[in-house]
Design a binder for this molecule. Structure first.
Ligand SMILES: [Zn+2]
Ligand SMILES: [Zn+2]
Length: 277
């Protein structure tokens, strides 16, 4: 495609949490002018669980983008959604950031994700007094925001704390109100969690790069990796394994698909179901 496809066009970004400066620079390489559509994205669920998330990150990002587009009356929209938690078998917190682009002029939706294990998170419980410096350090405080939650009913919750004095005041207030336990945890919203921000920017970069590639069949922007083919032969027994044989590239609108170059190198027997059951 010619990079001029989006030159001078405007796209809304559904955000309350300071994501414009993370997403807009990549989109400006396409000539796209991104402006914030300040809808209440917290209605789609929050990390603190006071509003439950029900949909997948893709569906949530899409719903946010659509809301932002409706509010701003645009045909182009962006949104992002983070998914933070333990993945797989290792006790390491993964931050998976999804950035989505909706183009109602061309009629397609495209999302890219970036993954990081460098997110700073911590959660701990107090039964008296004030937090230890070691815990605050581990939480990246005060650079990273904290949430304080009392076990007193109705649950008393204070978010976005970045100041030692305020933190101590909020916790002391919990004790004064009769709390028996106070939970202190990372505020994972993007504007309170700087270690999420490079990952959101990386997902936006991947999305912008992909929008530069058009489908060879229908010329829609967003041609890129959609799948992989497994089945490289085992080096030991020559049976097909779970190892990747090739990438599959596809269109974000039509059914066009292309299989990339085959990797015919024999696969490590550790990926073979017969040799490593
Ligand atoms: Zn084998
Ligand atoms: Zn196509």
């Amino acid at each position: 495609m010619t990079p001029a496809r989006y030159t001078g066009k405007k796209a809304s970004l559904a955000t309350m949490h300071g994501k414009l400066e993370l997403i807009s620079p990549s989109m400006s390489t396409l000539g796209l002018d991104v402006f914030p559509s300040p809808i209440d994205t917290d209605v789609f669920g929050t990390f603190t669980g006071d509003v439950a998330r029900r949909a997948s990150p893709f569906e949530t990002a899409l719903a946010k983008a659509r809301d932002g587009m409706r509010a701003a009356s645009t045909t182009l929209g962006l949104a992002s959604e983070g998914s933070i938690g333990v993945q797989g078998f290792l006790p390491i917190v993964a931050d998976v950031e999804t950035v989505i682009f909706v183009d109602d002029d061309e009629g397609f939706v495209l999302a890219e994700t970036a993954v990081s294990h460098h997110i700073v998170t911590h959660s701990w419980t107090l039964s008296q007094g004030l937090p230890l410096e070691a815990d605050l350090e581990r939480a990246g405080f005060p650079n990273h925001g904290l949430i304080v939650r009392s076990d007193r009913k109705p649950v008393d919750i204070t978010k976005g704390i970045h100041d030692h004095k305020e933190l101590n005041r909020v916790i002391e207030h919990c004790w004064e109100m009769g709390a028996t336990q106070v939970t202190v945890e990372s505020d994972l919203r993007a504007h309170h969690c700087p270690s999420r921000r490079p990952t959101i920017a990386e997902a936006a970069r991947k999305l912008a790069n992909r929008l530069l590639n058009s489908c060879p069949s229908c010329d829609c922007p967003g041609w890129g990796l959609v799948d992989i083919v497994r089945g490289r032969e085992c080096a030991q027994c020559a049976l097909p394994t779970q190892a990747k044989l090739a990438d599959v590239f596809g269109c974000s609108r039509c059914s066009a698909r292309e299989t990339g170059a085959l990797n015919t190198e024999p696969a490590d027997p550790s990926t073979c179901e017969r040799c490593n059951p």
